[in-house]
Write a protein that binds this ligand. Structure first.
Ligand code: ZN
Length: 225
């Protein structure tokens, strides 16, 4: 593994293959001396996300491990795991949340990531959540992240630090951060679309949010060629 960032510490980045986690990965590369990535195969609608993650990790010269969490598929209670549920609808339990909300997802992901980091001697975990453009997901807020950090540190008796470089950024600011990091072109490989289309259906909530970010930042989405 090539040394990159100024800080000698090791970091583990949760990499979904999307724009936010990819920007967070390159943010981490700038900050830490060693970076590796972790992706989850949790029965998401489209495996294209995992292919994107592999490609991006390679471009970042960072290792990529995929962990399977198949149990999530059995729940089938949200639009990301069940194709029969309308992507633009509301959550079946909490009408304030969108149908794409996967209950417990980031709790589970961060728990598995922390356990994985522990075995690797890594104390810094990076996740690309934003509480500005977070689609209404409660597990993307700062309060949740601080709470998880505390729980994981106590539960493993191991000082886990969860970094959230995008927490206060909207989609436009995330695009601007990618430009500042010099990795705008790499966004061509990121996958956003909930329908699994490449470069995107242009209509699903994820595509709409992505387009808004690029439009407002005044640069063309490199994924659109
Ligand atoms: Zn789409």
């Amino acid at each position: 593994m090539k040394k990159h960032g100024a800080n000698g510490a090791k970091a583990l980045v949760l990499l979904s293959g999307g724009q936010d986690s990819t920007t967070s990965l390159f943010w981490a590369k700038n900050k830490f001396g060693y970076v590796e990535t972790l992706s989850f195969d949790y029965g998401q609608r489209h495996k294209i996300e995992l292919k994107s993650a592999k490609k991006i990790a390679k471009l970042a010269d960072a290792g990529n491990t995929v962990i399977k969490i198949k149990e999530f598929e059995a729940l089938k209670n949200n639009a990301l795991l069940d194709k029969k549920i309308n992507l633009k609808g509301k959550d079946s339990v909490n009408k304030n949340l969108p149908a794409t909300f996967v209950p417990g997802r980031n709790i589970l992901f961060l728990t598995v990531a922390a356990a994985f980091a522990y075995t690797r001697g890594i104390k810094d975990i990076v996740i690309g959540v934003s509480q500005v453009d977070y689609s209404g997901y409660p597990d993307c807020r700062a309060g949740f992240i601080r709470s998880m950090e505390k729980t994981l540190s106590i539960g493993m008796e191991y000082p886990v630090k969860i970094h959230t470089p995008l927490i206060k950024l909207d989609k436009k600011q995330t695009v601007l951060l990618a430009i500042k990091l010099g990795v705008l072109e790499i966004m061509a490989y990121t996958h956003t679309c909930y329908e699994g289309k490449k470069p995107g259906c242009g209509k699903c909530p994820a595509c709409v949010l992505r387009r808004k970010g690029f439009d407002e930042s005044g640069v063309k989405d490199p994924a659109l060629g």
